[in-house]
Design a binder for this molecule. Structure first.
Ligand SMILES: CC(C)(COP(=O)(O)OP(=O)(O)OC[C@H]1O[C@@H](n2cnc3c(N)ncnc32)[C@H](O)[C@@H]1OP(=O)(O)O)[C@@H](O)C(=O)NCCC(=O)NCCS
Length: 392
């Protein structure tokens, strides 16, 4: 195949009205609004509405949307009981993927109705945080804390996690993180969601496929790997030798590099400030260490490999979540808590786009490089006539 098409880079597969990335200028746009404007002025609920509906809500619409989200937060009791039967060391992303898929059994979707899909979207956005935190508490043998409908999406997540109403400053930090992670055009998990939706599978099926895609370390799993790296580095003095050793070994520095941004990821700029603020508040060293990782990686990648590389969203989100007291392996589930708003918008767009060209079932071509055994193809050999492989 043409190697420039590997990983579908630069191949346009659909039209979208939801978000856009300008990789050269480091800009991210949701429905026409710059992400930096939204982080300053909006909140997660309003941003989720914007992603789903193509415009900002009126006050009444936002109040109604918030109330519907708050009403839908509880997960079925059966599901909570079922979680209790899982192995306690199961990965939270695996649990999330399974329980989001299981929501399909509770909320049937008529795939022909766009309004029904909006209802499923509300259920998805409202219930993903409850699933994440319920699993966190169950695996630690703690009692599940029911959601508090009076709290914002961000505050409620922290409340269900800790049992305490959060400090408003921490709530605001999480709210900004949720806005920043809510959508990112055709990234791997969103494309997975759209691909499944293109078969007319339901919202929860498409979202659970997206969660599977998000779990990999080259996508959402990177922020967990970043925190592991920071803990391994531990001190400012260790940063330089550690990074140089990894680059010399040909290993990747997590949180650095991006398939689309050829400059600073705008989300990393905001997260860098949040990390700095939390480091000041908590007295922890992780902002300083991360900043040094950034500088050394940029310098060494340029000097040793001639490659320009910049921080991506995961570099500073790792320390932000850590300093907020969020368990490390909830970093990626927390990414899903936010990104499910974008997934839902994309799933609805994939199924119900009205303007031509309408999306179609995804079915790319592959370049077969296997064997043919001559023009007639291979001839089937009965099992008892096949030789055993030689063990060398
Ligand atoms: C995200 C990522 C997959 C994008 O990669 P990409 O733009 O498709 O670039 P490629 O994977 O083709 O890499 C191009 C070159 O840069 C190098 N590179 C890219 N990211 C690197 C990183 N984080 N650390 C070290 N080298 C890196 C590759 O090794 C490759 O070098 P080579 O040509 O000598 O083999 C990649 O930057 C990466 O693996 N980053 C770390 C994981 C991460 O943080 N993911 C979260 C993304 S939001």
């Amino acid at each position: 195949m043409d190697t420039k098409n590997i990983g579908l880079r630069d191949i346009e597969v659909a039209d979208t009205r939801i978000s856009d990335i300008d990789g050269e200028r480091g800009k991210l746009i949701y429905r026409g609004y710059d992400i930096l404007d939204l982080t300053k002025n909006s909140n997660f609920e309003e941003t989720a509405y914007l992603l789903l509906h193509d415009r900002l809500p009126s006050k009444t619409e936002l109040d109604d949307f918030r109330a519907r989200l708050a009403d839908a937060r509880l997960i079925p009791t059966h599901m909570q009981e079922n979680m209790g039967n899982w192995r306690k060391d199961a990965d939270p992303m695996d649990a999330l993927q399974a329980f989001v898929a299981a929501l399909g059994g509770y909320y049937d979707e008529e795939f022909s109705s766009k309004n029904a899909s909006y209802d499923r979207a509300i259920n998805l956005i409202a219930k993903v945080p409850t699933i994440v935190v319920s699993w966190e508490r169950i695996r630690n043998n703690k009692k599940i804390i029911n959601p508090d409908p009076k709290l914002s999406h961000a505050a409620n997540f922290l409340y269900m996690l800790t049992g305490e109403k959060p400090d408003p400053e921490i709530e605001k930090v999480l709210d900004v993180c949720l806005i920043l992670h809510a959508d990112h055009s055709f990234n791997a998990s969103t494309f997975a969601a759209r691909q499944v939706a293109s078969t007319r599978a339901h919202m929860f099926s498409a979202a659970s496929a997206a969660i599977g895609a998000l779990s990999g370390e080259l996508h959402g799993g990177a922020n967990y790997e970043v925190m592991k790296m920071l803990l391994e580095i531990q001190t400012m003095d260790n940063v330089e030798p550690w990074i140089i050793e990894q680059i010399e070994k040909g290993n990747r520095i997590m949180g650095m590099g991006h398939a689309v941004y050829k400059t600073f990821d705008p989300r990393a700029l905001v997260l860098k400030e949040l990390s700095k603020k939390l480091a000041k508040k908590t007295g922890q060293p992780w902002y300083d260490i991360t900043e040094k990782v950034e500088h050394v990686t940029i310098r060494e990648m340029k000097n040793r490999k001639g490659i320009d590389i910049y921080p991506n969203v995961d570099l500073y989100s790792a320390s932000v979540y850590y300093m907020m007291g969020i368990p490390m392996d909830l970093n990626t589930p927390l990414f899903a808590v936010s990104r499910c708003a974008g997934w839902a918008a994309h799933i609805i767009e994939e199924k119900f786009a009205e303007a031509a060209p309408k999306p179609a079932l995804y079915r790319p071509k592959a370049s077969y490089v296997g064997k043919y055994c001559g023009p007639e193809g291979c001839k089937y050999t009965p099992l008892d006539l096949r030789p055993e492989p030689q063990v060398s």
